[in-house]
Design a protein around this ligand. Structure first.
Ligand SMILES: Nc1nc2c(c(=O)[nH]1)N[C@H]1C(S)=C(S)[C@@H](COP(=O)(O)O)O[C@H]1N2
Ligand SMILES: [Mo]
Length: 323
């Protein structure tokens, strides 16, 4: 295993302060031990160079990122956890599979097909889809249906801005998304853990809500493969599985589209999948969650704490029925 060396002069203060040096240090020590580097050397290296050594494999910095309108001030989950503990069944069902295996995904060049009831259908290059927009940082709480959560500084674009450019027709009531299918790049697709492609969908008003983004990075850097490079959805008031990764198709449709987890287990996962502490999963409680890195659990909030922004979307709906 190689450790990439960088001059200590290259380091940006933000690289040290925005990420957990402690985690970097742990990771470096593990790497050093694995590489057969005497652990006795580690204490001689200052925290900055330790962070640098661990930073060797991180993505490229994204330019021109502006602060977005929504940013929780809770502690951000360290980069190392956001990129090491993932659900991305295209690379296996284990939480560490994506980090270990997603290097075979080739996020560039990348094309997204836009079809259905759109005034501007077509096959868009990543650049055509993304470049006309300003990149924003959105620091969101993310809540997995498995009752763990993270705080992620995403970089992305309001989905509403992209949808407006694609000119959906009046009869477009839902937006459907699809993930890439290519077992060469996504070895987990050789197995039938789920039906491929992974598909998801939103009602048009959910898709147009200002909280909903198409994310292209995190911590100011390009999206790591395991987090859904190069483009993934982020819908912070819904359980994590709605936030579909590595999107290759956006389709405007009239009827509610099928969704992967609803098809896999309809009794357990509905279309809406709003975070709701009062509606338990048939096999476990949803009242609490463990924030990655915390010891104690915390209470889960209705709509994951975003009720003020989104509760109106569901006025008059029985959310125990439309789960
Ligand atoms: N294509 C695809 N998208 C996916 C998944 C997946 O298996 N395949 N897992 C989902 C689930 S269950 C969660 S919790 C989030 C995890 O995102 P993260 O790894 O960036 O934290 O991705 C979601 N998007
Ligand atoms: Mo999830």
């Amino acid at each position: 295993m190689l450790i990439r060396h960088k001059s200590p002069l290259d380091i940006q203060p933000s690289e040290i302060t925005s990420k957990s040096v402690y985690r970097d240090r742990r990771r470096f020590l593990a790497t050093a031990a694995f590489a057969g580097i005497g652990a006795t050397f580690a204490p001689l290296i200052g925290p900055a160079s330790i962070a640098l050594a661990a930073a060797g494999t991180k993505g490229r910095k994204l330019e021109g990122v502006i602060p977005g309108p929504f940013a929780t001030d809770e502690d951000k989950t360290p980069y190392e956890d956001i990129t090491a503990y993932n659900n991305f069944y295209e690379f296996g069902t284990g939480k560490t599979d994506p980090a270990r295996k997603a290097h075979t995904l080739m996020p560039m060049p990348w094309k997204v097909k836009v079809d259905g009831a759109a005034g501007k259908p077509g096959v868009y290059d990543y650049d055509d889809l993304i470049r006309p927009h300003k990149l924003e940082e959105r620091i969101y709480r993310m809540r997995c249906v498995e009752a763990w959560s993270m705080v992620v500084p995403w970089v992305g674009i309001p989905l509403a801005d992209i949808i407006k450019r694609l000119e959906p027709a009046a009869n477009a009531k839902f937006v459907a998304f699809e993930t890439l299918v290519d077992p060469k790049q996504m070895p987990g697709q050789r197995f039938g853990a789920l039906n491929w492609p992974y598909v998801e969908g939103l009602r048009m008003d959910e898709a147009m809500n200002p909280l909903t983004i198409l994310a292209v990075g995190l911590y100011g850097e390009e999206m790591p493969n395991q987090n859904g490079a190069p483009i993934r959805l982020v819908v912070p008031w819904k359980y994590g599985f709605k936030s579909i990764k590595s999107i290759v198709r956006i389709q405007f449709v009239e009827e509610m589209p099928p969704t992967t987890w609803n098809m896999a287990a309809p009794r357990e996962y509905g279309f809406y999948s709003n975070v709701n502490p009062t509606v338990n999963h048939p096999r476990w409680s949803q009242a609490k969650e463990r924030r990655i890195g915390d010891f104690l659990k915390r209470k889960t909030l209705p709509f994951n704490g975003y009720a003020e922004q989104v509760a109106d979307l569901y006025a008059g709906m029985d959310l125990s029925k439309f789960y």
